[in-house]
Design a protein around this ligand. Structure first.
Ligand code: NDP
Length: 636
């Protein structure tokens, strides 16, 4: 057998799909909140201060900058790093990464909570492994290793030379007179950049539930993205939280972050409360150290092959006789399906037949995961509360070997807050559930990030204006309008990495690599051709958006019955032009024909060399500056 079924996987006749669907719907309805996104507030008070401040790197005072710059990259996380790498590869050297943080690393810089690990296969997630020769120490490697590796790439590509840290951009305005973007920062900088690459991340603004009374609480509070080791004791590399031994602690949230963190808080707190609205599904982790013999056996091209295999396993389907190289929760449904199809000698299946088989397997896998809770959690009532009732990938699937066992400890209490659609109320001393006040010393918010809130709230730039003072927020109010997902009409020389209106690869960093390469090509061509500005025509942009619509896969059926979360805009549908309900998928308008087709679309467009759909205008300042900026060779 090339692929094997998971042990204890129920058969189709052991589950009742109609009954499960009814249960899923009831669980969704129980949690629906009329106010949708409005249930969350921007960080306030203590939180706002801790969000603005950098606890990890001292701020070095500097003079405000007043400069002309060729390319500004806003961000120094993976998307900003990949943008810098691809610019260097294209021979474009006059750029700066600008970041609010004190160093490169993005989410891995800010998040340092105990137990932080990559939840995806690190051999896929960490980019450029073949080029750098680096090998992650484990399959799900530690957060600090990822941070160090991201900084190593930044060093190799000399991104530190000009990087501007501890710098919060607060405004962007296109100035047609000088044909540049005017960038202002909270530090008083005035930067006039010819090109701007937005690489400002998806998971950077901590999200706070607007719990009544949250501002009254007199104890200690923090968000997981700003872990307070001074309060808990320990450090990221040595998470012995010994200062909690006489503390009552509560965590709000049971998403991917909390799953990693809960075993540590359960181990060290005097008493630990887990406030759960929707349970995650948690499989066994099967994490392992990297086998040096396996690493040595890898042949050139292995990482791209592995990433392609992961993408098919997590988001598409395995090819006949293809082995699942990843074998974790992300490929769980497709691996089990592949094992059964193999037993049947790979019958030809139409798209509809495959979808029906996939759906059946989805329900069986979720049933197996619910049974896993019963196998580990001793108290049946607690076990019941921990069971996930929704379809696979309605919430991010997770894995952890200690999460469920934590609830067998006498100092750990699970409090289900689904009936009140979230934590009911906070008081000076703690919080209230079912009319009972629980006194705690510390509340920790594992409540996620602003992923799908309105862009003006999420990006936070007071001004973001393109040609003729057009605000980007107004421009996109009715939905994204881009060409190739990275540029938009009315905003010359502006590129966006990480926003999705195109292909989606299961490895996030792969998306950034591909988008960055495309952007570097376009900027390089504009410079080579001597143009001052380059932007998509409205017709080209409209044509691209129409192509996306014509080929899109409607996820409404699946996503409507998911429990509300940022995955489905908190369960709130939009109405299309015909008044039909459409459920927004948090990762944007994903290109229906798939990732490979998207990569080909962009590659064919570049190979054609005509920059079709782009309008080039004006000429650059001087011949000298042209010569200085003309792309040179491959990277050092
Ligand atoms: P999530 O948004 O996934 O989870 C937030 C949690 O807070 C949910 O359980 C949510 O419940 C809960 N919550 C929100 N409001 C309330 C309320 N009023 N009362 C009670 N509970 C509430 O955030 P995470 O930080 O866990 O994860 C965010 C993202 O970070 C992930 O999706 C992933 O992309 C990334 N991540 C990546 C990792 C990696 O290794 N690559 C590891 C960890 C995170 P409900 O579900 O009901 O809304």
């Amino acid at each position: 057998m090339i692929n094997t079924r998971s042990p204890n996987l129920p058969t189709s006749d052991q589950i009742d799909i109609a009954a499960l669907k009814a249960r899923y719907r009831a669980e969704r309805d129980k949690r629906m909140r009329q106010e949708g996104q409005a249930q969350y507030v921007r960080p306030v008070g203590e939180f706002a201060d801790s969000y603005e401040a950098d606890p990890y790197t001292p701020v070095t005072p500097r003079e405000a900058l007043d400069e002309d710059l060729e390319i500004a990259i806003l961000g120094g996380g993976w998307s900003g790093i990949m943008a810098g790498v691809q610019l260097r590869r294209a021979g474009l050297d006059d750029f700066r990464n600008i970041d609010h943080a004190g160093d490169f690393g993005g989410v891995w810089y800010w998040n340092r909570y105990p137990g932080l690990q990559c939840d995806n296969d690190a051999y896929c997630y960490l980019p450029m492994l073949e080029e750098t020769g680096f090998m992650p120490s484990k399959k799900f490697t530690d957060g600090f290793e990822i941070l160090e590796y991201s900084q190593d790439i930044a060093r190799r590509y000399k991104l530190y030379d000009k990087a501007l840290f501890h710098t919060m951009v607060n405004g962007l305005r296109w100035d047609q007179d000088i044909q540049r973007w005017r960038i202002t920062t909270a530090q008083g900088d005035e930067i006039r950049a010819r090109f701007v690459i937005m690489a400002n991340g998806l998971l950077n603004i901590p999200k706070l539930p607007g719990i009544p009374g949250i501002d009254k609480f007199q104890g200690h509070m923090f968000h997981t993205a700003r872990w307070d080791y001074d309060y808990t004791g320990g450090s990221q590399k040595n998470p012995v939280l010994d200062k909690l031994k006489d503390k009552k602690v509560a965590i709000v949230g049971t998403g991917a972050t909390a799953i990693q963190l809960v075993p540590f808080l359960g181990k060290y707190s005097e008493h630990f409360y887990v406030l759960q609205r929707t349970p995650s599904c948690v499989d066994s982790r099967r994490n392992s150290e990297t086998d040096p013999e396996w690493a040595k056996s890898l042949k050139p091209g292995w990482q791209e092959e592995r990433r392609a295999n992961f993408h098919r396993g997590a988001n598409e389907r395995f090819q006949p006789r293809e082995k699942d190289l990843i074998c974790d929760i992300w490929t769980e449904v497709n691996r089990n399906l592949a094992a059964e199809l193999e037993e049947q000698d790979w019958p030809e299946l139409s798209a509809e037949d495959f979808a029906a088989r996939y759906e059946d397997m989805d329900f069986r896998v979720m049933e197996r995961l619910r049974q896993r809770v019963d196998e580990i959690v001793k108290d049946p009532e607690t076990a019941d509360k921990l069971k996930p009732w929704y379809r696979y990938q309605c919430k991010r699937p997770t894995s952890n070997d200690n999460y469920y066992a934590t609830f067998n400890q006498p100092n750990v209490t699970l409090l289900d807050v689904a009936a009140t659609r979230g934590v009911e109320r906070m008081t000076e001393k703690g919080f209230v559930v079912d009319g009972v006040e629980y006194e705690v010393d510390c509340m920790i918010f594992a409540s996620g990030y602003e992923v799908t809130s309105d862009l003006d709230r999420r990006w936070g730039f007071a001004t973001f204006e393109g040609r003729d003072g057009l605000s980007i927020y107004d421009h996109w109010r009715g939905g994204l309008k881009t060409m190739h997902g990275v540029m938009t009409n009315g905003f010359p020389n502006l590129y966006i990495i990480g926003l999705n209106q195109g292909g989606l690869n299961s490895t996030l960093t792969k998306n950034f690599e591909e988008q960055s390469a495309h952007v570097a090509y376009i900027i390089g061509e504009a410079i080579k051709r001597g143009a001052a500005t380059i932007e998509p025509s409205k017709a080209a942009q409209d044509g691209y958006v129409q192509h996306l619509r014509d080929t899109e896969i409607d996820r409404t059926e699946w996503i409507r019955d998911c429990t509300p979360s940022y995955f489905n805009n908190e369960g709130k549908p939009d109405l299309d032009e015909n008044g039909n309900e459409r459920y927004r998928f948090y990762l944007g308008d994903v290109y229906g024909p798939g990732w490979d087709a998207f990569v080909k679309l962009l590659a064919d467009w570049r190979a054609d060399g005509k920059l079709e759909g782009l309008v080039l205008e004006g000429s650059r300042d001087s011949a000298a500056s042209d010569a200085a900026q003309a792309p040179t060779a491959e990277p050092a």
